[in-house]
Design a protein. Structure first.
Lengths: 533, 310
């Protein structure tokens, strides 16, 4: 009898221990940002800490097919004159401290951004086109005059200075700020885990300031779409470098790792079928100072245009790292078109003729030029040096010119570009939002290149506000044609990234999209909420 | 002696001030500021607001004196790249891992290097010497990130004995410390070998042998003692080097140390942190040289009297 009781007890204990307990699923991920500033996208974008995109809830967001989804916003509509957009928030959304998430939290986020200095302010003026944005950021108008309004707790109204047909995509980067917390703590609320209040599918469990490693856990209060499918995500920025990430991946300490060029063949052999490729929607191009010699001469710029063998470059020195860049827009990006790309041909004879027409036959008399590029990590860091060395040799061979190469810190490079301290730059650009206006904005009305081509500016302005997509598309094509005809820039490549993904990681977030690419962390919120383990 | 120390302290204060002025001016002379360098330039109005929020809108001399006044009160400001804490708090959390890594690396590497160097010198032109010299040369010439990668590959990936990276429990410190220790090991091995060979060839060693002293006594009591002097000179800068962290070892093994901040503070124009780090190194060098000068002065009275006979 005693033995039976013992046996029954053991079975019971075993059942209790094994039954309701379930192991927590934890995903170990490399982080993007090594910054330890504010985990608040509306405070700083370029220096943000961690992944605020995964813990705060934007009005809308793109999935891995780049289709727009409503997140905080359940629906949206445009007024007949095209100047006002109305966004309706979902019911039941709350902050992680239980306070209701209101339209006023979104309004406050942009009001603060417009008045206190925001490194991404250009976005809401140019892309958002919010009425009075520039006047308010310059301090010329009161913040109350901004074209944003909380009609009630669930309704946001946005008035733009010109029709912005793509505004629902732009607001994918509009995150709320918990005003009730900010009123007590100011911006510092987002600098420490103890005071951070979130609105998205994850909350921040820990934030180690020593290396900015963050642990996100599934939010118990989040009721919106894109619920987290894993319990915990450990995001460690120090795993971001492939040289560190791959060994950690191989030792089972990370669920995926980005790869550098040297690692790709090894990983293809060692982990067949586990490499995910992604077009990062970026472009690298040659940028000239159009106002000073020798690049004020259009024939010189045209010679450069025709002297580049993109196909050979991307098949050799940039193999697996980039695809030929024949237009400003990358393949798959809205507005990408073959009419433009067909013109980016490699024609050495034509290049030589343009050099001769410019007064430099076989490069004779052409001054030595120096191309400046910025010292970067990531996909740009992988492609720039080999690409420039390739171009250096090609320009010497075809154009008969000497192009020296100079690398510099990003800040110095940007200062050089803006202040025209040099006349030739290798410039990279990655998209911020999914609309052609994003890329065309680089050259619009000065932009970062100060080109100021009236015909181009006029076409882009028209395209930005045209209500019908087909009309916009045509206008953007014409605008890019102006740039091509003027040889204002020379597109070179569109970079791609490679990552090795653990077989344990599953879910739509890891799968290739209809273009064959897996954006992974590039779409942080979608990725982290659409993975299973 | 007290006068000598006071003079040296005054000299340190002057050095500290001159370095602070030079570094401050150089920092601000470098093109670009904390808010330049983004893909899309920040407008002048926004930049003005951001600069004002950090006090960068004030004249340079005001910024300098304000900062130095803070330094005198142990307030080194707030790092732009980590605004939730002060510079001192950042140093307080980032320095210990660097100290552990560097300190343990030197404490393990230096004695092993001395032993290796001694073995090489005492077995000159034998396979022991060739092996030790080859080992030391490899240790100095193979970049530490390659050594780190090999250690990770063998001990973490193939053997699965230790974690590939991270800085949690003490067993995760093993690989980074071993990687770091190769540098002092190789350095000391080469220094010890050449210093010992130098002393072994001195006439007094022949005299000692002629007197019939045992080889062990000659080596440990006379040769090693004399050979130690140049090694002591190497030790000081090497120790300061360890205190400031190793960028490569820390990056490869994900050690949350100070090394990366030397680079990021310059790249991000994090003036407060950049100044604090440079001033910290300056002070460490000043203090360490003061200590060694005092020791020399104690050992050699001619130094503290300026070489004059009283």
């Amino acid at each position: 009898m005693k033995s039976l009781l013992k046996l029954a007890g053991a079975v019971l204990v075993g059942a209790v221990l094994s039954g309701p307990m379930q192991a927590q699923t934890t995903v170990y991920s490399a982080g993007d940002s090594t910054s330890g500033t504010y985990m608040d996208y509306m405070k700083t974008v370029y220096a943000r800490a961690g992944n605020p995109e995964a813990v705060q809830l934007p009005l809308t967001s793109f999935d891995n097919n780049y289709d727009l989804n409503g997140l905080a916003a359940e629906s949206w509509s445009q007024s007949e004159d095209g100047l006002t957009w109305t966004f309706k928030l979902r019911d039941g959304l709350v902050w992680s401290d239980g306070e209701p998430l209101k339209a006023s939290d979104y309004i406050f986020a942009l009001q603060r951004a417009a008045t206190t200095g925001y490194d991404f302010a250009w976005y809401w003026g140019y892309a958002g086109g919010i009425a009075n944005w520039d006047a308010v950021t310059k301090g010329e108008a009161d913040v109350a005059t901004l074209g944003i309004k909380a009609v009630d707790d669930k309704t946001i109204e946005v008035t733009t200075s010109a029709p912005k047909p793509y505004l629902p995509g732009v607001v994918s980067l509009w995150y709320p700020v918990p005003k009730h917390v900010w009123d007590k703590l100011g911006d510092e609320y987002a600098a420490n885990v103890e005071t951070l209040v979130t609105s998205g599918p994850f909350i921040v469990e820990s934030w180690e300031k020593s290396n900015n490693k963050m642990v996100l856990v599934k939010s118990p209060t989040y009721t919106g779409p894109w619920q987290a499918m894993v319990d915990r995500v450990e995001i460690d920025p120090s795993l971001g470098a492939p040289e560190v990430g791959l060994p950690a991946f191989m030792a089972g300490e990370s669920d995926f790792s980005y790869l550098n060029a040297g690692q790709i063949p090894f990983v293809e052999q060692r982990f067949p079928g586990q490499i995910a490729k992604n077009a990062v929607f970026a472009v690298s191009y040659l940028s000239f100072d159009l106002s000073s010699a020798p690049f004020d001469n259009i024939n010189v710029r045209k010679a450069f245009q025709y002297a580049i063998n993109r196909d050979e470059m991307t098949a050799t020195v940039l193999k697996d790292l980039a695809i030929p860049g024949k237009s400003l827009l990358p393949p798959g990006y809205p507005g990408y078109n073959d009419t433009i790309t067909a013109q980016a041909v490699f024609d050495p004879e034509k290049a030589k003729k343009f050099m001769a027409d410019a007064g430099y036959p076989n490069g004779e008399g052409f001054p030595e030029v120096e191309i400046w590029y910025r010292d970067q990590g990531g996909y740009n860091g992988a492609i720039t040096a080999p690409m420039l060395q390739y171009l250096q040799a090609q320009f010497k061979d075809i154009l008969g010119i000497t192009m020296n190469i100079k690398v510099m810190p990003t800040k110095d490079w940007m200062a050089g570009l803006l202040e025209k301290k040099n006349n030739l730059f290798l410039a990279p650009y990655e998209y911020d939002y999914l609309d052609p206006s994003n890329f065309y904005g680089i050259f619009y009305n000065g932009g970062r290149h100060d080109h100021r081509i009236a015909a181009y500016d006029e076409l882009v302005a028209k395209a930005d506000s045209a209500p019908v997509w087909e009309d916009r598309d045509q206008l953007y094509r014409q605008a890019e044609q102006v740039l091509i005809d003027n040889a204002s820039f020379v597109p070179l490549v569109h970079p791609i990234t490679n990552a090795v993904v653990s077989k344990d990681l599953k879910g739509d977030g890891t799968l290739p999209n209809k273009l064959g690419f897996a954006p992974l962390r590039q779409l942080a919120l979608y990725f982290y909420t659409h993975i299973e383990k | 002696m007290i006068v000598y120390i006071l003079k040296r302290l005054a000299s340190i204060a002057l050095t500290f001030t001159v370095v602070s002025v030079i570094v401050f001016l150089m920092m601000h002379a470098v093109p670009g500021g904390p808010f330049d360098g983004n893909d899309m330039p920040v407008s002048d109005e926004v930049k003005a607001k951001l600069n004002a929020s950090l006090g960068l809108d004030r004249p340079l001399y005001v910024q300098y004196f304000k900062y130095m006044w803070g330094v005198l009160h142990f307030d080194f400001g707030v790092p732009f790249q980590s605004p939730g804490e002060t510079v001192l708090e950042l140093l307080g959390r980032a320095w210990p891992p660097s100290l552990i890594l560097g300190g343990a690396g030197v404490l393990i590497g230096a004695p092993l290097g001395i032993l290796l160097g001694m073995a090489a010198a005492l077995r000159r032109n034998t396979w022991v010497d060739y092996l030790a010299s080859a080992f030391a040369t490899l240790g100095l010439t193979i970049p530490v990130f390659v050594t780190s990668m090999l250690l990770i590959l063998v001990f973490a990936v193939w053997l699965d004995w230790l974690p590939a990276s991270g800085w949690g429990k003490p067993y995760s410190w093993v690989l980074p410390i071993v990687a770091y220790a190769t540098i002092p090991l190789a350095t000391y091995a080469r220094y010890t070998r050449s210093a010992m060979l130098d002393v072994l060839n001195k006439p007094f060693v022949t005299v000692l042998r002629a007197k019939g002293l045992s080889e062990r006594r000659i080596i440990f009591q006379h040769v090693l003692r004399n050979a130690a002097l140049p090694m002591v000179t190497v030790f000081l800068p090497m120790f300061i080097g360890t205190a400031t962290g190793s960028i490569f070892v820390e990056a490869m093994f994900r050690v949350p140390g100070l090394g990366a901040y030397f680079v990021s503070s310059i790249n991000l124009r994090d003036y407060a942190l950049e100044m604090a780090l440079i001033l910290m190194i300056t002070m460490m060098f000043c203090v360490s040289y003061l200590i060694s000068d005092i020791l020399y002065a104690l050992l050699n009275p001619r130094i503290r009297t300026g070489g004059r006979r009283g």
